[in-house]
Design a protein. Structure first.
Length: 130
């Protein structure tokens, strides 16, 4: 996991999704330093896990919580993570149907009641899509 400090690990089949605490390290896939965020690993060979993608966060962002959802309504796979900095809190949703090329599809920073005060951990129910 590139030496990135981690908190939550989510396993789904041969795939591992890891939420990271704040920091900044080089991404071995690109050679570019990236702020910690979320790592996607292929663990089909547990003795030799392979980093497939790293989704960086903002500087000093805490992206420690991660959930993966297979959406029966559109057939796609999504990753939901918290994204907290000192000044902003949100839940970010990525289409990870192509795990090597995640695409952000939403950044949810408010609710009908107003802005989020905390984005600690979320929950997405696959059966309802909520």
């Amino acid at each position: 996991m590139q030496g990135r400090e981690s908190l939550q690990v989510t396993l789904q089949g041969d795939w591992c999704y890891v939420g990271h605490l704040p920091g900044c390290l080089p991404n071995p896939l690109t050679g570019i330093a990236e702020h910690n965020g979320t790592s996607i690993l292929d663990v089909s060979n547990p003795a030799n896990p392979s980093l497939i993608a790293h989704i960086p966060g903002a500087p000093q962002a805490n992206c420690r919580a991660v959930q993966v959802i297979n959406n029966p309504h559109d057939g796609k796979r999504y990753l939901a993570r918290n994204h907290e900095t000192a000044s902003a809190r949100s839940f970010q949703i990525f289409d990870i149907s192509d795990r090597a090329h995640p695409v952000k599809v939403a950044d949810v920073a408010s609710t009908p009641a107003g802005p989020m005060n905390l984005a600690h951990k979320g929950w997405w129910d696959e059966s309802s899509g909520l």
